[in-house]
Design a protein around this ligand. Structure first.
Ligand code: ADP
Length: 399
């Protein structure tokens, strides 16, 4: 079964066509700068063939038409007919409290997604636009929504309630939701497979460290706590997001500098994190390069980043009453031995110890814990698109 996996953002659509039965990606690509000048589609086929097309890609419907044209193209395509696309799986950022699992998209689901727009105003409208565009270009093809929040929906109340008036929860649904759920789910599943133990016996901490960063405590297959909150701003230090701060700080700065709500939002989401502390970059590669050059502020940024990962490891081990597996993923988690080593330093009391040679090896999926240590420390490249394709196949076959 061929599944078109779509991740629709405000001005971009990322896609993969996946032959789900064989877990094989036939082709992948993205449309960037939708609705702007210089819009392009880039596609890379499984055999390495690459193509880049510029065009007037004014909206998501036109973006989907461009994607279909490439999938069907004689020279660069992978299918002969639109009917070779058997289902579509959408990454949807926010399912609120309404969705604890992936669902077949129906009129009712669309209505509920609209009701949740307020929770994810920057993301859900574009997901809805992508769904509508597929209705136009691929009428009758079943569509499935896979939510970033769903995996965390079984968290206990003590983990998701904030210390605010309870009425804010009932009235405005203010609570911890958590994000990156598809990634935490894939990585924890894969981690159990790698160490060859049943999920039902494992306490796993997953660290998704990319531009956005989050961690999850996965107790016997259920996410019981996660570091992102009502929005993806909470928790770890990120590329440009602050992560945890005392909420009073922002009120103080707004007062001092006369910031509007929008400006305060930009400060926390775009000018903070690695970028904010270092003044160098939001990119961990550049931070590490500057640390090696002795740059002080880059070193502070690196240290805060790793220290916070370490603190959450301790917190989640406490939440679960132990830890069997620690798994790193995301651009930083998969590629930076420096961050992994610094985050795990001094955690011998949790049975965590890293083997330097394994940590620096070129293997992508690997076990990096030192011989004789109690906790398995793993690097597991994430594959959210595969999860979306597999969920979509399962739901469509079951209908
Ligand atoms: P996103 O969250 O946008 O999907 P990624 O998961 O691709 O992002 O992660 C991007 C981050 O990964 C950037 O901070 C980048 O610097 C970092 N990264 C990629 N390769 C390396 C590397 N070799 N060493 C350190 N950091 C890396």
């Amino acid at each position: 079964m061929n599944i078109l996996v779509l991740n629709c953002g405000s001005s971009s659509v990322k896609y993969q066509l996946i032959e789900a039965d064989n877990r094989k990606t036939l082709t992948r690509g993205s449309v960037e700068r939708i609705g702007m000048t210089g819009a392009t589609l880039s596609n890379k086929r499984h055999d390495g063939d690459e193509i880049r097309i510029a065009g007037d890609i004014l909206d998501h419907t036109i973006a989907i038409e461009y994607i279909l044209a490439v999938l069907l193209s004689r020279n660069h395509g992978v299918i002969n007919d639109k009917s070779d696309i058997h289902a579509i799986g959408h990454r949807v950022v926010h399912g609120g409290e309404s969705f604890t699992d992936s669902v077949l998209i129906t009129e009712n689901v669309i209505k509920t997604l609209r009701d949740n727009i307020e929770l994810a105003p920057l993301h859900n409208p574009h997901n809805l636009r992508g769904i509508a565009a597929c209705d136009v270009s691929l009428p009758g093809v079943p569509q499935v929504a896979v939510f970033d929040t769903a995996f965390h929906q079984k968290m206990p109340k003590k983990a998701y309630l904030y210390g605010l008036p309870y009425s804010l929860y009932t009235q405005y649904k203010i609570r911890r939701y958590g994000f990156h759920g598809t990634s935490h789910r894939y990585v924890s599943d894969r981690a159990a497979t790698i160490i060859g133990k049943p999920m039902a016996e494992l306490k796993i901490i997953t660290c998704h460290l990319g531009n956005g960063c989050s961690m999850a405590a996965v107790d016997r297959g259920t996410s019981v706590d996660t570091s992102m909150g009502f929005t993806p701003l909470e928790g770890l230090l990120m590329g440009t997001r602050s992560g945890d701060i005392d909420p009073s700080v922002i009120l103080f700065v707004m007062g001092k500098e006369g910031l509007s709500l929008g400006e305060a939002n930009t400060l926390l989401n775009k000018h903070s994190g690695l970028q904010g502390i270092s003044g160098v970059s939001s990119d961990m590669r550049e931070i590490i390069a500057e640390v090696k050059n002795g740059d002080k502020k880059a070193t502070y940024a690196f240290d805060v980043f790793a220290y916070r990962v370490k603190k959450y490891i301790g917190a989640y081990a406490a939440a679960m009453g132990g830890i069997d597996v620690l798994a790193f993923t995301g651009g930083i988690g998969e590629n930076s031995p420096e961050v992994r080593a610094a985050s795990c330093e001094g955690l011998g009391f949790l049975g965590i110890g890293i083997d330097e040679v394994r940590n620096s090896s070129q293997e992508k999926e690997k076990r990096i814990s030192a011989e004789g240590t109690r906790t398995a420390v793993l690097v597991v490249p994430t594959n959210e698109e595969l999860v979306i394709a597999m969920d979509t196949m399962q739901i469509v076959k079951g209908t």
